[in-house]
Every structure is written in C-alpha cells, then in structure tokens.
Write a new protein. Structure first.
Length: 79
C-alpha cells in the first residue's frame, strides 16, 4: 500500500449486536473479555444488551412477539 491508500479498519462491534448483522443471527458480539465474563456470570448489564442469542438460551424476537400476541389475544394470565 502506498501512503495515499487508506488503511482498512475494523469497527469494534457493539456489545450484544448480532453477528452477522441479520434478523436470524444467533451469535452476538462480546467485544471485551469483561463482556465474556459478565455473560458467563449472568451480569444483567451484559445480558440486557443481547439483541439475540442461541435459541436454547434466548428467545428469538419473533417468538417473543408471538407469545405476547397469544397472551393478549387469549387473555392468558401469568400464574
């Protein structure tokens, strides 16, 4: 590269951002070691920022919306 060619840079992903940036992604960015530790220890400051996750641990946003609709539509009470 010569001095006039810009050096490509990678943006640091935002905590909890889907990887890849797709509505069906099930991986999230944990950009720092502290984020990884916080996730593993159940830190709400980390887990509350997760926009998606592996289906075994995090409900997909579409499923959450469907559950909310069913609860409202069929007047299901939390017991």
């Amino acid at each position: 590269m010569n001095s006039s060619t810009p050096t490509p840079t990678k943006a640091v992903p935002v905590l909890g951002e889907p990887l890849p940036l797709d509505e069906h992604a099930c991986s999230v960015a944990l950009p720092s070691w502290a984020d990884v530790v916080g996730y593993e220890e159940g830190d709400v400051n980390v887990s509350s920022k997760l926009l998606c996750g592996y289906p075994r641990f995090v409900y997909h946003n579409y499923c959450v919306k469907l559950m909310e609709y069913a609860i409202e539509q069929y007047q299901i009470e939390n017991t």
